[in-house]
Design a protein. Structure first.
Length: 728
């Protein structure tokens, strides 16, 4: 039972404003419970906050202002407040920023009321325009979704008057609906897909761990083994027990196929939480989760901060995926924070992957995590055969990247009516545009990065800051016209080569930056799965769990690309990515083959991919990490010092390095400062310091003491990333 503050009692309220901590107020007439969401006066404004505890008492009580009003939403539970405090302490994030993560639903301060919503009607328009067609396209793409007039207009790129004009003719229907309507009840007794004996055994193991106590299980299954159907049984058991379940997925493009599988299993769609849902649906999801009515949520990483009333299970699907790490704002790993959240809620965590993160593998090996293994594909599907194509022995004409061997294999698939996939993890047409006369390379005006040509869009794009500009006709350096050349391939250039080599084939590019919307991307993937393309050309987006039944041939164009650079996880990431991409082949009844084009087939990573001996790869990688004393056998913190003034940034970084006694005294090592690999982004100069400490060290407290020992200029920002995943 939460504490109760009678009217007029001093108490503290944590707000989402950038302050050092909670502020003191007076409880309103009638009193208020600990954790209640409230509106409080702050200067001339009213801001949202949460009743956080007893008053600090450092301000005269007769001068305290009362809480303005209480919000009509459930109080924030003790478990959620503890999670925000502990996650903030771990990631060195101010508490007000953590609270912002937890209150990201719009309209929480609004009074509940009915509203007019819009959906597809059955009338006919007196005339059809391009704007009206866009409205109908939005409605037809998601026939079960209702919209407010402004939401529908914004999605269609029209004015609300277009929507209301269609409504007056019955083409768009209207109805009155309660704000935040409850979700339909999930039918947990509805039969799922028939499971193999191995799947049944795995599901039984997962369900057995739901004892009301915290546990973490690594569900390690080869691609196509049916991990989703297995953990769906654990979801059903959790809901039958009266608790709530959260399934995190790494990419919005997966949601359509995944939600269809959830609906097939439980009869209705679950609650959704990701950037592709409307603001109205986000508010509905937030409130129904808080009230305990939404029993299953499928979402992106930020769904971890929803106010679950009784969270019993968190599934992190494709748990190795790098998109679970947020690299701006609050720097956190959703996989790691899922384990923390579950430990506080006495819930179960299932980490599902065909290529688990090394940290998860080590925890399972050490017995910290349970492990459930699915070693075979479901049904008649077989794992793809892996073959290397040694590019040192292939004869490729200049500016071509599809080897003769791979080309012949694609021809075979075309004649058999099967699909092929060409994988290259480079967006755009070419990574470098260079003047053939003077060697000048076109770079971003705001970053120390080369601009990537996107020929389909007709512009150069900086992949660091998003800046775009037209490709110049005249070289800014030597002044000579029309001498720029594209160097290296991106998927657009690969598509150009494929079109010339296979002129009768239907090509389809799959890259997140080429689509206009999440819905367009999902439609594109569905079209590929139904056979609308013969050759798929894609970046890492194709590795994210898609099921293309006709795909039997995968060609990795440049397997050596990910092995370059100084990333300590380069081998792991390359292994995971290529294994995941190869796993798209042969997921139906036909055998698949994955061809790995490489200049170094003897490289340990390439050999491990070809042999399929994952245990041997992880064991070797563990030995290498242990020898180098890097995660998971040590702790790292990445420190980035940035600002507009380069001299000021360098001076601040040097001062931090000189004043590192709090870190040295605990045995930590400090490397740097040095210019970041990308030394300028969005006009801000960047220096990096890397801190390495022992596994059992109290690194966060030492980092806070260290940062506080140096006066940081107002124009300089110091960002500390605990457990960094990237080092740019």
């Amino acid at each position: 039972m939460e504490a109760f503050f009678p009217g007029g009692t001093p108490l503290s309220v944590l707000t989402t404003q950038p302050l050092d901590g909670p502020l003191d107020y007076l409880a309103p007439d009638g009193g208020v419970v600990l954790g209640a969401l409230v509106m409080v006066p702050l200067g001339p404004r009213r801001v949202i906050g949460v009743v956080w505890g007893d008053a600090a008492g450092d301000y005269p009580s007769d001068k305290l202002r009362p809480i303005a009003r209480m919000l009509d939403v459930p109080p924030m539970r003790r478990e959620m407040r503890s999670f925000l405090v502990r996650a903030g302490a771990y990631t060195l994030t101010p508490l007000y920023q953590m609270l912002r993560m937890a209150l990201r639903a719009p309209g929480l301060s609004e009074t509940p009321a009915d509203r007019i919503v819009y959906l597809r009607g059955h009338g006919e328009a007196d005339r059809m325009t391009a704007a009206r067609e866009r409205v109908l396209d939005v409605l037809d793409a998601a026939p079960n979704t209702v919209y407010l007039a402004k939401e529908l207009a914004d999605l269609a790129g029209v004015s609300p008057s277009v929507v209301k004009g269609l409504a007056s003719q019955g083409v768009v229907a209207t109805r009155t609906a309660p704000r935040d309507a409850p979700y339909p009840e999930l039918d947990t007794d509805r039969p799922g897909k028939p499971l193999s004996e191995a799947q049944k055994a795995a599901a039984t193991e997962l369900i057995a761990t739901q004892t009301g106590a915290f546990s973490t299980t690594l569900l390690w299954g080869v691609t196509g083994s049916g991990k989703t159907e297995v953990y769906m049984e654990a979801v059903a058991a959790c809901i039958r027990a009266g608790r709530q379940a959260l399934v995190l997925i790494p990419e919005i493009a997966l949601t359509v196929d995944f939600l269809a599988r959830v609906e097939a299993r439980f009869g209705v769609r679950p609650a959704e939480w990701h950037y592709g849902v409307t603001m109205t649906e986000r508010r509905r999801c937030w409130k129904q989760v808080a009230e305990g009515q939404a029993k299953l949520v499928v979402g992106a990483r930020s769904a971890l901060y929803l106010p679950f009333r009784d969270l019993g299970l968190i599934v992190v699907d494709e748990e190795h995926d790098g998109s679970y790490k947020q690299d701006d704002g609050v720097l956190y790993s959703a996989r790691d924070m899922s384990v923390l959240r579950a430990s506080l809620a006495k819930a179960q965590v299932i980490l599902a992957s065909a290529t688990p993160a090394l940290e998860s593998w080590v925890n399972a090996e050490n017995g910290k995590y349970n492990r459930v293994v699915l070693s075979d594909r479901f049904g008649d599907a077989r794992l793809p055969e892996m073959r290397a194509i040694d590019l040192r022995e292939e004869v490729l004409p200049a500016n071509t990247w599809i080897s003769p061997t791979l080309s012949a294999e694609i021809d075979r698939r075309l004649s058999n009516g099967e699909q092929s996939l060409l994988f290259l993890n480079r967006r755009g047409y070419a990574p470098i545009t260079v003047c053939r006369v003077c060697g000048f390379q076109i770079g971003c005006d705001h970053c120390d990065a080369r601009m990537v040509e996107h020929r389909f869009r007709g512009e150069l794009v900086c992949h660091q800051c998003g800046e775009t500009k037209a490709k110049p006709k005249t070289c800014p350096s030597c002044g000579i016209e029309d001498r720029f050349a594209a160097v290296g391939p991106g998927i657009e250039r690969l598509a150009e080569e494929a079109k010339a080599r296979f002129p009768s084939a239907r090509l389809s590019l799959l890259s997140s930056d080429m689509m206009l919307s999440g819905q367009a991307l999902r439609d594109h993937i569905a079209g590929i799965a139904s056979g609308e393309a013969d050759i798929i050309i894609g970046t890492q987006l194709v590795a994210k769990g898609h099921n293309f039944p006709l795909l039997t041939c995968v060609g990795v164009i440049d397997a050596d690309l990910g092995l370059q650079g100084g990333d300590l996880r380069a081998a792991e990431k390359t292994f995971q990515l290529i294994r995941q991409v190869a796993g798209r082949a042969g997921r139906s009844d036909k055998q698949g083959v994955a061809f790995i084009q490489t200049h170094q087939p003897e490289h340990p990573v390439i050999k491990a991919i070809l042999s399929g001996d994952e245990e041997a790869f992880w064991a070797a990688e563990v030995a290498e990490r242990k020898r180098a004393q890097v995660p998971p056998f040590a702790r790292l913190a990445g420190v980035v010092i940035s600002g507009q003034n380069e001299a000021q940034v360098r001076a601040t970084a040097a001062e931090l390095a000189r004043r590192a006694e709090p870190l040295w005294s605990m045995g930590a090592e400090v490397f740097g400062p040095a210019p970041a690999p990308i030394a300028r982004i969005r006009g801000r100069h960047r220096m990096r310091i890397l801190v390495r400490a022992s596994k059992d060290s109290r690194l966060q407290s030492a980092l806070l003491t260290w940062r506080a020992s140096v006066k940081i200029p107002n124009q300089v920002r110091v960002s500390i990333d605990i457990d960094p995943q990237s080092f740019y």
